[in-house]
Design a protein around this ligand. Structure first.
Ligand code: 6PG
Length: 252
């Protein structure tokens, strides 16, 4: 990525290795966050890539400090939690319902499928209250998990959408033409306020877009994932070998 903050790119052999490496990253950030601030504030991503990680966490196969951990979501589809497309619902099924002891907090985006704008504003109020934000302040997650769509979107920040330039709101509810549906998503300033951002990308099908985002020209309104560069935080990409297969050697 032609940017002033080049990400740390970790390439692992397989999707299984990606899940293991991601779990290690979560554990590292959780330990540091709890040691420094007494809690771990983790924003989860949707999509299919992180599901094995969520299942691993649900089996408590990863020693996270759940009693000090609060879960949030970076984006949500405008559907109720029981809907199969719900990002919260996917995490609930894969992880939360299987855990012996629940996290200290589960802060789902309260999507209903009937009013995405109201949902975005409700979540914004929840973030302002939880993080005790003053005017103009941003919530600072300890770690934000993100995926990468084949069109370069991340969270629900899609190419060419005005929401990419939103700088006042914490959460917005863009209408996404290709889905003929609304999404609810954190804005770029919120994602970039994180202490750490971790992209997880696997599969040959993502090789082209990974190379464009990380090694191609900087065209952030075409490739929104290029907008994510936490100003005072770590930026890490974990890709399996297939997803990284089109990266030039000097970027790896
Ligand atoms: C969502 C995600 C979205 C996802 C990418 C990659 O709500 O779908 O937030 O940004 O991370 O589309 O999805 P896959 O992991 O399924 O490829």
């Amino acid at each position: 990525m032609n940017a002033d903050t080049s990400p740390d790119i970790k390439i692992v052999p397989t999707p299984e290795a990606l899940t293991f490496a991601a779990a290690e990253e979560l554990r590292r950030h959780a330990e540091r966050s709890v040691a420094e601030r007494g809690r771990f504030l983790l924003a989860l991503s949707g999509g299919s890539t992180p599901l094995p990680l969520y299942e691993k966490l649900g089996k408590c196969a990863v020693a996270l400090p759940w009693k000090q951990t609060h879960l949030f979501w970076g984006d949500e589809r405008d559907v109720p939690p029981e809907h199969e497309a719900s990002n919260f619902g996917a995490v609930k099924r894969a992880m939360i319902d299987r855990m012996a002891a629940p996290p200290a907090g589960v802060h789902a985006i309260p999507a209903t499928g009937s009013d995405a704008e109201a949902t975005a504003r409700a979540y914004e109020r929840e973030l302002r209250a939880f993080f005790e934000l003053g005017p103009g302040e941003l919530p600072r997650f300890d770690l934000v998990l993100l995926g990468l769509g084949g069109d370069g979107h991340t969270a629900s920040l899609f190419p060419g959408h005005p929401s990419l330039d939103e700088s006042d709101r914490l959460m917005v509810a863009p209408f996404i033409e290709r889905f003929s549906a609304h999404r609810i998503t954190a804005t770029v300033p919120v994602l970039n306020a994180a202490r750490a951002v971790l992209f997880l990308v696997d599969g040959e099908g993502k090789a082209e877009i990974v190379a464009r985002v990380l090694a191609g020209p900087r065209v952030p309104h075409t490739l929104p994932a290029q907008l994510i560069r936490p100003a005072g935080g770590e930026l890490t990409w974990i890709c399996d070998r297939a997803a990284a297969s089109r990266l030039p050697a000097d970027v790896r």
